[in-house]
Design a protein around this ligand. Structure first.
Ligand code: NAD
Length: 477
């Protein structure tokens, strides 16, 4: 295959309008937190980007009080149609500042600009647009003629899609009339704080949205706060379990969106070139740091050699490098800690006897980098077939019959997503019925749409985000 050379095509870092320091957002105002200020770094080169004021426990208390006051006051008194106007305004402002947010997100997270520009930011705006439309139609959502909001929601999000996860949390909460206290992840606070600027400019009543930068202890303070009515959490299964234990018996509502170990199943009648693209998108999108990533490839035995050879050819053309370069396909891993976890699990894969392969690629010397990796000769008992790696690592297993594919796909503690590649519509439907996964993609993978519900079975959590179903998580039903 001819190798095409690309000239560098970097997006300018100036577009991000990076400030030297950022503050927390409480009761409609930006202020310093009572926690220690932290430096957020660029994972692609480990250079500091900005200083971020962290919240302390008293800030959590202030934010919850402000949210309660807003909920009891102007926010609840407002009609759905008026609330919807704020959401539309926020959605438009995200679009207007889309380029700035995309560069900022790539700087803070390490993801390729192609993805932040084409997926993260437009989908975040789409969530606000979508839920804006629901704000005055809640009586038609299937929860009675006048469903009530829950109250004050504490929302804790991870670092893999910082702005998008903030949108997934805030948009349905506001559409249904709740007030929120949101905590972004400690390694990626910037885009949520710029979203707070957008919210301030949209003139939302003070206290309806509060954004607190901070680490796990601030997340814990939010979860434990007695005046919070609902917790919405996205992150690791381990922390999800802690939160479930903490909220048990308190009357707090809870939704959890946790890890995954999705099977991407390719049958022998599938269009192989398309399937290869779907496999690449399934596991190398966002460096594989995606809860619904297609991290286990299940391929029918008769086509395994052909498919793996095609996949390896395709992977030699993937471009790993600077996130701000528009040609980059695979960017940096978000943090040193995440990189260490990926290394530990891939080393375990080799030690347990799987065969490791990566395309030749020069990784930058500074920053957190990991080459796209494929493991073959994987058995179901291997850690790389069972545990979530959350990195650009694919474990390949084979199957002979649809029954075997279903049994292997469901042989995981998780149940977030799955993919099926086949030409037969009837087979897609029968597989979708038998796979224990919240989302089943057919002849595609990693498609996100605000109108479609997303969420898990088993240790992937409970509750749905997106679509009409996503309203239920914020209504007193
Ligand atoms: P994490 O669960 O530790 O962190 C997610 C969020 O929860 C962050 O905002 C964090 O500050 C907060 N948090 C941590 N401990 C908390 C506690 N005790 N109480 C309340 N909030 C708390 O996830 P991580 O460290 O960012 O990543 C670790 C693993 O989690 C990854 O390797 C991956 O497997 C998984 N993960 C899953 C998703 C997902 O979307 N499902 C996203 C990111 C990470």
């Amino acid at each position: 295959m001819p190798a095409f050379e690309y000239a560098p095509a970097p997006e300018s870092r100036e577009i991000a309008r990076l400030k030297p320091s950022y503050q927390i957002f409480v009761n409609g105002k930006f202020r310093d937190g009572t926690g220690e200020a932290i430096k957020t770094i660029n994972p692609a080169d480990e250079e500091p980007l900005a200083e971020v004021a962290e919240a302390g426990p008293s800030d959590v208390d202030d934010a919850v009080k402000a949210a309660r006051k807003a909920f009891d006051g102007p926010w609840s008194a407002m009609s759905g149609a008026e609330r919807g106007k704020y959401l539309f305004r926020i959605a438009r402002a995200i679009q207007e500042r889309g380029r700035e947010l995309a560069v900022l997100e790539s700087l803070d997270n390490g993801k390729p600009i192609r993805e932040s520009r084409d997926v993260d930011i437009p989908t975040a705006a789409a969530h606000f647009f979508y839920y804006a439309g629901w704000a005055d139609k809640l009586g038609y959502a299937g929860h009675g003629p006048a469903p009530r909001p829950i109250g004050v929601a504490g929302q804790i999000i991870p670092w893999n899609f910082p702005l998008l996860m903030a949108a997934w949390k805030i948009a349905p909460a506001l559409a249904t009339g709740n007030a929120v206290v949101l905590k972004p992840a400690e390694t990626t606070p910037l885009s949520a704080l710029v979203l707070a600027e957008i919210i301030a400019e949209a003139d939302l009543p003070p206290g309806v949205v509060n954004v607190l930068a901070g680490g796990p202890s601030i997340g814990q303070a939010i979860v434990e706060h007695p005046d919070i009515d609902k917790i919405a959490f996205t992150g690791s299964t381990e922390v999800g379990k802690i939160i479930q234990r903490t909220t048990a018996g308190t009357g707090k509502r809870l939704t959890l969106e946790l890890g995954g170990k999705a099977a991407n199943i390719v049958f022998d009648d599938a269009p192989l070139d398309q399937a290869v693209e779907g496999i690449v998108n399934g596991i190398f999108f966002n460096q594989g740091q995606v809860c619904c990533a297609g991290s286990r490839l299940l391929v029918q035995e008769t086509i395994a050699d052909e498919l793996i050879a095609a996949l390896q050819r395709r992977l030699t053309t993937l471009r790993v490098g600077p996130p701000l370069d528009k040609n980059t396909d695979v960017g940096a891993i978000n943090s040193a800690a995440q990189l260490a976890r990926i290394r530990e699990l891939t080393d375990a894969g080799e030690a347990e006897g799987a065969t490791r392969w990566s395309p030749p690629c020069d990784l930058p010397e500074r920053g957190f980098w990991f080459a796209p990796t494929v493991f073959t000769d994987v058995s179901q008992a291997h850690r790389i077939a069972q545990e979530e790696i959350f990195g650009p690592v694919l474990s390949v297993l084979t199957f002979r019959t649809p029954d075997e594919a279903v049994a292997k796909a469901n042989n995981t503690p998780y149940g977030l997503s799955a993919g099926v590649w086949t030409e037969k519509g009837s087979r897609i439907l029968s597989m979708a019925n038998r796979l224990r996964a919240g989302v089943v993609w057919a002849n595609t993978f990693n498609r996100f749409d605000p109108t479609a519900p997303f969420g898990g079975y088993k240790e992937s959590g409970f509750g749905r985000e997106g679509g009409r179903h996503g309203l239920e998580a914020y209504l007193d039903v």
